[in-house]
Ligand binder design. Structure first.
Ligand code: 2AM
Length: 186
């Protein structure tokens, strides 16, 4: 028998939140440095740094992933957004890190391997931490030579649900976990 589509599936991902003042600064900087025709700007409240994309996930699987996330013991780290780039194939203009902190890479690696073990497809592409600024940027974009070099403290991570309603995407936090573990501060 073919299973009916599970309507309780939700589109989920783990991410680092950006502090609200930084979201506002980035939006202002984007307006000043990227041409409006370059692509569709991501709303300030939606600016985040994805750690692991999970896709459409059942409630049972989400529960397992949340339990595993809760057992992660890692300390926080500083994320410096000092790089900018454009991926024309996915139409994404992004801010990223020239030298991502080890803690960020470790956390993403752990969440991605836990997700893969739970059957959430993980892209074979290497993890490239980034904050998406624009979507739909499929044409060449004149990128500014420098970013604002803003940094933020990754002191917690969250599970988000992506909800599309009335023509807009919203990201709702389902649960957050502190990064206050005992490993050496990075
Ligand atoms: P992006 O910003 O580079 O597009 C919520 O959709 C978050 O999950 C976004 O940050 C998005 O990354 C990421 N995401 C969406 N679909 C994805 C996929 N198939 N593989 C990896 N990441 C994905």
């Amino acid at each position: 028998m073919i299973n009916a589509v599970d309507k309780t599936n939700r589109r989920l991902f783990f991410a680092l939140a950006l502090p609200k003042p930084l979201q506002q600064k980035i939006v202002q900087w984007r307006a000043d440095h990227l041409p409006p025709e370059a692509g569709h700007p991501i709303a300030a409240a939606n600016l985040h740094l994805t750690l692991a994309f999970l896709g459409e996930v059942s409630a049972a699987k989400a529960q397992v992933l949340q339990q595993q996330a809760g057992r992660i013991s890692q300390s926080g780290f500083n994320v410096m957004l000092d790089d900018i780039g454009h991926w024309p194939s996915s139409g994404v203009v992004w801010l990223g890190c020239k030298n991502p902190p080890r803690g960020l890479l470790q956390l993403a690696q752990l969440l991605r391997s836990q997700a893969a073990r739970s059957g959430c497809y993980q892209t074979p592409l290497p993890f490239h931490p980034h904050v998406t600024l624009l979507r739909g940027a499929v044409r060449p974009v004149a990128l500014p030579a420098k970013t604002q070099n803003e940094s933020f403290r990754g002191d917690h991570f969250s599970l988000y649900e992506s909800v599309f309603a009335r023509g807009r995407t919203r990201y709702n936090v389902i649960q957050s976990w502190p990064l206050t573990g005992s490993s050496k501060d990075i």
